[in-house]
Design a protein around this ligand. Structure first.
Ligand SMILES: C[S@@+](CC[C@H](N)C(=O)[O-])C[C@H]1O[C@@H](n2cnc3c(N)ncnc32)[C@H](O)[C@@H]1O
Length: 203
């Protein structure tokens, strides 16, 4: 789904804006490969920059962490439920992002998560499956690529749990501050982007 490239395109402004150390967090980070691909494109960072991986499973790959350390990042690996982490997260995160993660939750849970995150981060971005006919055709087409039936079924479930129109913006209303800028739109063939930030004039 090319999420590393899409992420880089939509977060470059943070990289360019910040002079000092940057603190970012990835929610539902899996093996860390996405952050690794994104941050390799950002290049070396200021000393003291930190990336926080949050996932309920202990699945961060050592190799990805090492590649990021070599670029100057301090790594924090938080193996815990995202709601628990969001209660006690540090207050000065520049960017919290997630890929293929937010669609695991109900609208009510997403609202709760947004509210908690708004106290800790200056920007939030997620890339999720788009719930539309193209996504469904794409998921069904996986059988032509001889994908395992479980993968095919997971893809269909993900598309059906995905987002469209301004669904995430409606959930953000009342949970992120009203003066935060926001963009929500389809990106790439199958993805849906939501980005909100307290920085003005950047989107
Ligand atoms: C579909 S994977 C996405 C991995 C990665 N973000 C990517 O795009 O490749 C979803 C990840 O979310 C994690 N996850 C699911 N529910 C969670 C929760 N409540 N708290 C923390 N992590 C969770 C899973 O362990 C899994 O690693």
């Amino acid at each position: 789904m090319n999420h590393a490239w899409l992420l880089e395109r939509h977060t470059r402004w943070i990289r360019n804006k910040k002079d000092g150390p940057i603190r970012i967090a990835e929610l539902g980070s899996g093996d860390g490969s996405l952050a690794c691909r994104l941050l390799k494109q950002w290049g070396p960072v200021e000393e003291g920059s930190q990336v926080i991986f949050v996932d309920q499973a202990p699945c961060l790959e050592k190799d990805h962490a090492q590649q990021l350390t070599a670029l100057g990042w301090q790594i924090e690996n938080q193996v815990m439920d995202v709601f628990q982490w969001a209660e006690k997260a540090p207050p000065d995160i520049d960017l919290c992002f997630a890929s293929l993660f937010i669609h695991h939750f109900s609208f009510q849970q997403i609202g709760q998560l947004f509210q908690k995150l708004s106290r800790h981060t200056k920007a939030f971005l997620c890339l999720e499956p788009r719930r539309d006919w193209k996504g469904l055709i794409g998921a069904k087409a996986l059988c032509c690529l001889r994908c395992h039936p479980i993968t095919l079924n997971d893809a269909l479930i993900s598309v059906r749990a995905g987002f469209r129109h301004k669904e995430l913006s409606h959930i953000a209303d009342g949970n992120f501050p009203p003066n935060w800028e926001r963009v929500e739109r389809p990106v790439g063939p199958f993805s849906h982007l939501f980005l909100t930030t307290c920085f003005q004039g950047v989107l």
